[in-house]
Design a protein around this ligand. Structure first.
Ligand code: SF4
Length: 256
């Protein structure tokens, strides 16, 4: 591209090359029409009207800690360890009073516990020093806490403050790509694609619906398609039952 504003040494207008802005990579399209996506989430909403996260917590602070501890660990394992921990320390101040060694004792059954105990103390410090002991509400602030990445921040925003977000965990990443709902090469791509694909009125619970669907039905090794509520809509090549995917968009009366 040339910018005619600039003059050369002789004073004449000289072409100056202006670097073109790098083009944003286009997201891959969903395999489903708008009506099909709406029908998928309508069925999830009937199956689980009030989906809940399975990480035990008593306030936003314990939620941040629980989510940070859950990296590469199961919710059941984290809940077992935090049951006693949160009984004695449910605020950053109490966590600091407990100290890193004792926090470590409580969470010893969780993988990477040494590092996680360090992070729990460091994030408690930061909350007390910079946020008046309160958990901040924005993603920008949340990710400044030690041990808190974008996924944890999204979970906290949604579960603690009711802000619709899409925290892409291993289940959501698998489903989005396996069935072609919102394909993407990275969790960030899948997150952006899902936020664009899912109808606004289903967005708030979508995160939990997809996680629970991945945990109990569309499992990693062998999806249980025979009991899947969206089997007749699903266009995955990995589908193991013989219900065909629709060749055309669902008729209005099915969509309801
Ligand atoms: S039909 Fe099978 S592959 Fe498709 S969403 Fe259901 S469980 Fe997953």
């Amino acid at each position: 591209m040339q910018n005619p504003k600039f003059k050369n040494a002789a004073g004449a207008r000289a072409p100056v090359k202006v670097k073109a802005k790098p083009r944003r990579k286009a997201l891959q399209r969903s395999k489903y029409s708008k009506d099909e996506v709406r029908e998928i989430f309508r069925r999830f909403s009937v199956q689980r009207p009030e989906p809940k996260g399975e990480l035990a917590h008593v306030n936003p602070f314990t939620l941040v800690v629980a989510v940070a501890l859950s990296a590469q660990a199961t919710d059941v394992g984290v809940n077992k360890a935090t049951k006693e921990l949160f009984r004695v320390a449910d605020t950053p101040e109490k966590m600091l009073a407990l100290g890193e060694a004792k926090v470590g004792d409580y969470i010893r059954t969780i993988g990477l516990w040494r590092n996680k105990a360090k992070n729990v103390i460091a994030l408690s410090h930061k909350l007390v020093d910079e946020f008046g002991g309160e958990v901040p509400r924005t993603r920008e602030e949340l990710v400044t806490l030690p041990g808190v990445g974008r996924k944890t921040a999204n979970v906290v925003m949604s579960m603690a403050f009711g802000i619709p977000t899409m925290a892409v965990d291993t289940h959501i990443f698998r489903i989005a790509n396996r069935i072609g709902l919102a394909p993407g090469k990275t969790p960030d791509e899948v997150e952006e694609n899902l936020m664009r694909t899912i109808p606004d009125d289903y967005l708030f619970h979508a995160h939990h619906w997809l996680i629970l669907h991945g945990r109990y039905t569309c499992k990693a090794r062998k999806p249980e398609c025979e009991i899947c509520v969206i089997a007749d809509i699903c266009k995955s090549k990995e589908k193991t039952c013989d219900i065909p995917a629709p060749l055309v968009e669902l008729p209005a009366q099915v969509i309801g």
